[in-house]
Design a protein around this ligand. Structure first.
Ligand code: FES
Length: 145
């Protein structure tokens, strides 16, 4: 009985994985299964939390040393693509100077994941905008010091 239930659950899970892979593409699917840079950074130098028009929230944490991002991470309560986009946003922010981050935008994330369905492209722009707000937060603090 237990093994029948296990089989059913496994089959259901495989179906969900296959549908997700088809809908979002291989690159986004892999990152969704194993999101990198997810989590909070204590006492970040730059931080922002934005809620998109969809109602999902993205948080970005940046740590700087010698004028470059040495650690970046994200948290979201949003959809699968927001996890993927937050993860790539943090990955792209790593190692960048504020000047390099100033040009950051959602298209860069969409290029990496080879595009997303139209109704999820905004997840990339929400992630990129949150990075820029976190940069603004860092720059604002730097000016005060
Ligand atoms: Fe809202 Fe993805 S961030 S649907």
């Amino acid at each position: 009985m237990n093994s029948e239930l296990d089989d059913f659950v496994n089959q259901l899970q495989d179906e969900i994985y296959n549908e997700t892979r088809q809908e979002f593409g291989e690159i986004a699917y892999k990152r969704w299964r194993e999101p990198k840079f997810m989590g909070r950074i204590d006492m970040p130098d730059g931080y922002a939390k934005l809620t998109g028009t969809c109602g999902d929230t993205m948080e970005i944490f940046l740590k700087f040393e010698n004028g470059r991002v040495v650690a970046a991470s994200f948290m979201t309560d949003g959809c699968g693509p927001s996890v993927v986009c937050g993860s790539y946003a943090a990955e792209l922010a790593n190692g960048k100077s504020p000047e390099e981050l100033a040009d950051f935008n959602g298209d860069m994330i969409l290029d990496i994941v080879d595009g997303l369905p139209k109704d999820h492209e905004h997840c990339a722009f929400l992630s990129a905008e949150t990075v820029k707000r976190a940069l603004d937060d860092y720059m604002g603090k730097s000016v005060k010091e």
